[in-house]
Design a binder for this molecule. Structure first.
Ligand code: MLT
Length: 411
């Protein structure tokens, strides 16, 4: 009889967003006339930038001609795209990142999970609490944790609490951890990290031989010129950090799929025999074996992000969602709710009113306002009593949702 990966049985309930979807669908089935506004999962709503669409249409035409048809592309992504990313997103900010250190992929969610393939099973792993659930669940699936306790915390993981008291930036641990997940601008709290804070992490990682997994999927939402967009803006990060980026939120690619992971060639990990091994080689080997690259058409669409029109159009998209975030923050604040984030990030982190638990607030909001958000406790035990509202929606829906919420929950 075939056996299963028993680690999956340790996972708590469903993945957060499908669970929300299940509750919303049940409500919608029972209330077919309800006009439900979804500010839960951070999924974009506005059309793809014209520059990206036009580039993809041209690429489709090329695929229709034997002379310009493309089959398998490089597993790492086409050099013309990686070179643009290296120049624009990294070198222009003073980051010493070469195109050969960039790997194009179909998503940061996949890559933050897949990266575990190249690491051993005995690393001590730290995550913030609350946290993007993918970091935790992929470690559970890989067998890197024990069972969950009744707060949903898995044995073996080191949880670094983030709260209003520490500006949602974790304290540097006093113990030694090997792999650390950081996400800035933060999902779910919308918090940001200063250069000094990231320098402290890089210094910690270098003195402990740790690797930082730096998720910068929301970097395009940074408007404060003092804030770093990349971990490689920090001295020493080439020796201790892998960075994940995505085109999902800045270019509206959640359904189109394109992202990238940076693995500097100077990064090493320890083999069982004590030797130092380049992580770049392992990730390159992993991608060449398990991945066939992102489609030519999508990579051409992504390349257009870096054209002058693409830059202007993606900036306009980001500004549109940031304006939504501002409306959410301002309206909820006027109604007396305590809010965080939403300034350099598309997420607003709200303290639940009336002492409601996160899921109770979720149900109340769904049933009385027909608005969907994400319960903070779904991101970890320390998220209890909080609620995440996503700014990814039309202006009309955001304004309507805020009107409904502030009428019901004015405190
Ligand atoms: C979220 O809502 O947290 C994000 O949409 C999840 C993701 O990007 O995978």
């Amino acid at each position: 009889m075939a056996t299963i990966n028993d680690n999956y049985l340790k996972l708590k309930a469903g993945y957060l967003f499908p669970e929300i979807g299940r509750r919303v669908n049940a409500f919608a089935d029972a209330n077919p006339d309800a006009n439900i506004i979804r500010l839960g999962i951070g999924d974009v709503t506005e059309p793809l930038p014209d520059a990206c669409r036009s580039a993809m249409i041209r690429a489709v035409e090329e695929m229709g001609d034997r002379a310009s048809f493309r089959g398998y592309g490089p597993e790492q992504g086409y050099a013309w795209l990686r070179e643009k990313i290296a120049a624009h997103d990294f070198q222009a900010r003073g980051c010493d990142i070469d195109a050969s250190e960039i790997f194009i992929s179909d998503g940061s969610k996949c890559d933050t999970g897949n990266i575990l393939d190249i690491f051993g099973n005995n690393n001590t792993i730290a995550v913030t609490d609350p946290v993007y659930p993918v970091y935790v669940d992929t470690n559970v699936m890989a067998g890197h944790t024990g069972e969950a306790n009744d707060r949903g915390e898995y044995g073996g993981l080191v949880y670094l609490p983030i709260s209003a008291e520490n500006n949602f930036t974790a304290e540097i641990p006093t113990e030694k951890v090997d792999l650390i997940y950081l996400c800035f601008p933060n999902n779910p709290t919308g918090a940001t990290a200063s250069k000094e804070h990231l320098q402290a992490w890089v210094d910690y990682a270098r003195s402990n031989g740790s690797i930082l997994f730096f998720d910068a999927a929301y970097e395009a939402f940074i408007t404060d010129p003092e804030l770093p967009h990349s971990i490689y803006e920090i001295e020493g990060a080439r020796e201790c950090a892998i960075e994940f980026r995505s085109f999902s939120k800045n270019a509206g690619f959640t359904g189109t799929r394109c992202a990238l992971t940076v693995v500097p060639k100077s990064l090493t990990g320890k083999a069982a025999d004590g030797s130092d091994v380049e992580l770049w080689k392992l990730w390159n080997r992993r991608q060449s074996t398990k991945f066939n690259g992102v489609s030519y058409i999508v990579q051409r669409g992504t390349e257009a992000v870096y054209s002058p029109e693409g830059q202007a159009q993606t900036k306009a998209l980001v500004n549109f969602y940031l304006e939504n975030a501002k409306i959410i923050r301002e309206q909820l604040t006027v109604a007396g709710l305590k809010v965080y984030g939403g300034v350099n990030a598309p997420y607003v982190w709200v303290q639940t009113p009336q002492g409601l638990s996160s899921w109770d607030f979720f149900d109340k909001l769904l049933h009385t306002c027909n608005v969907v958000g994400t319960p903070g406790s779904g991101f970890g035990a320390a998220g209890e009593g909080y609620f995440r509202i996503s700014a990814f929606n039309s202006r009309e829906n955001v304004e309507e949702a805020m009107q409904r919420i502030t009428q019901t929950f004015r405190v």
